[in-house]
Design a protein around this ligand. Structure first.
Ligand SMILES: NC(=O)c1ccc[n+]([C@@H]2O[C@H](COP(=O)([O-])OP(=O)(O)OC[C@H]3O[C@@H](n4cnc5c(N)ncnc54)[C@H](OP(=O)(O)O)[C@@H]3O)[C@@H](O)[C@H]2O)c1
Length: 342
């Protein structure tokens, strides 16, 4: 029975307020005369207030004024990120669909135009400090706030651990872990000042259990799980929630874009047979994988919830795997996985 579950369902492998306060403090210090009774100060305050309102109207884009929530999604050029950005925009979020390569933005832009969605595209490469800083600064200056951050960008490295080079492993972590760290650290100060926000990290079933040939990718998702769980305690007092979404196998470009470790491509690798067996299982799993819209709906549910859970599973396959996982000892689960992976 366990092998059956595994075969069929095994999870994926591979101005105004601030301006007023500043003026009051400064003017209050000038000659000790209270601001309200200082004619120049009052005129200055009114001009600045007028300027601030005018600028905000001119930009026409401050979501705070329209009561619209602001969402940022990384890796929106395809798959889960693409569907999530569109779904959030369809559900009233001013959505920033970010991607590292703007040449891939045509599809999401035309979908948003067709449906007249409030969706804007920004360049953001999660591996690049400057790109992350500029994107977040520009979003905050345009929209005034960030209510939802979806850390979605990621890829998979396949290959036995011994066949994976240190550079390939570092590359995997640079995107899946440090990329998420970079974007989250850039967004947190804004959410903390707002005293609200939800950070939704796209983890994976691979963030809950391992499988052969996936040690590097799996460990990157375990890192995301541990980081998110700890962070949730730290930011809760500031009104910020952290959520993990754990998809099963989803039909996206993930398989096509998967990086196979160089040494794992050598047929004389001692792990070649194991990798071949895993490849065949994976292909079957991907054929039966879920639509990325399923994950987007789970993200939307978490984004709209007043009190989101820490973890959401996304997909029947990963639900079944987790049910099996929680009903078995480590040894039973290990035996099931061994049987299912040949
Ligand atoms: N598909 C699954 O079965 C599955 C299961 C569990 C979890 N996940 C997770 O879901 C997330 C999305 O994957 P997906 O399935 O939607 O695959 P996908 O279609 O390949 O999408 C991955 C996205 O990440 C982007 N990306 C990669 N490196 C980036 C970087 N340095 N900066 C910014 N964006 C970058 C890609 O951009 P480019 O187009 O420029 O490459 C693409 O938009 C990943 O975190 C993945 O681990 C997927």
């Amino acid at each position: 029975m366990y092998a059956g579950i595994l075969y069929e369902k095994f999870y994926s492998l591979c101005g105004k307020r601030l301006l007023g306060k500043q003026i009051s403090k400064k003017a209050g210090r000038q000659g000790g005369r209270p601001i309200a009774s200082h004619p120049l100060a009052v005129t200055g305050y009114q001009s600045l207030k007028y300027l601030s309102i005018t600028l905000s109207l001119m930009s026409g884009s401050n979501a705070q004024n329209q009561g619209q929530k602001v969402a940022v999604v990384t890796g929106s050029s395809s798959g889960i990120g693409y569907e999530t950005a569109l779904l959030l925009a369809r559900n009233g979020f001013l959505t920033y669909a970010t991607m590292r390569n703007l040449q891939k933005s045509d599809a999401i832009k035309s979908a948003a135009d067709r449906e007249r969605l409030s969706l804007r595209v920004k360049q953001l490469d999660v591996r690049d400090d400057d790109s992350v800083r500029k994107a977040v600064q520009s979003i905050v200056s345009e929209a005034g706030r960030i209510d939802v951050l979806v850390n979605n960008a990621g890829y998979g490295l396949a290959g036995a651990f011994e066949d994976s080079s240190i550079d390939e492993i570092k590359d995997q972590y640079e995107t899946n872990v440090y990329g998420l760290v970079r974007v989250t650290q850039a967004v947190l100060p804004t959410m903390r000042k707002q005293h609200s926000g939800v950070i939704i990290n796209i983890s994976s079933g691979a963030g809950r259990f391992g499988y052969p040939g996936g040690s590097v990718y799996v460990s990157s998702k375990f890192a995301v799980e541990g980081l998110s769980e700890s962070l949730s305690y730290e930011v809760e007092p500031f009104g910020i929630k952290v959520v993990l979404v754990e998809p099963g196998v989803i039909r996206t470009d993930f398989g096509r874009d998967m990086v196979i470790a160089k040494r794992a491509q050598d047929p004389s690798s001692p792990y070649a047979q194991m990798m071949q067996a895993m490849g065949a299982i994976l292909s079957k799993l991907v054929e039966n994988g879920s639509d990325p819209a399923l994950v987007a709906n789970v993200v939307l549910e978490a984004a709209k919830s007043e009190n989101p859970k820490l973890r959401y599973l996304a997909g029947k396959d990963v639900e079944q795997m987790m049910a099996a996982r929680s009903s078995m000892s480590d040894e039973e689960f290990h035996a099931m996985m061994k049987q299912g992976t040949g």
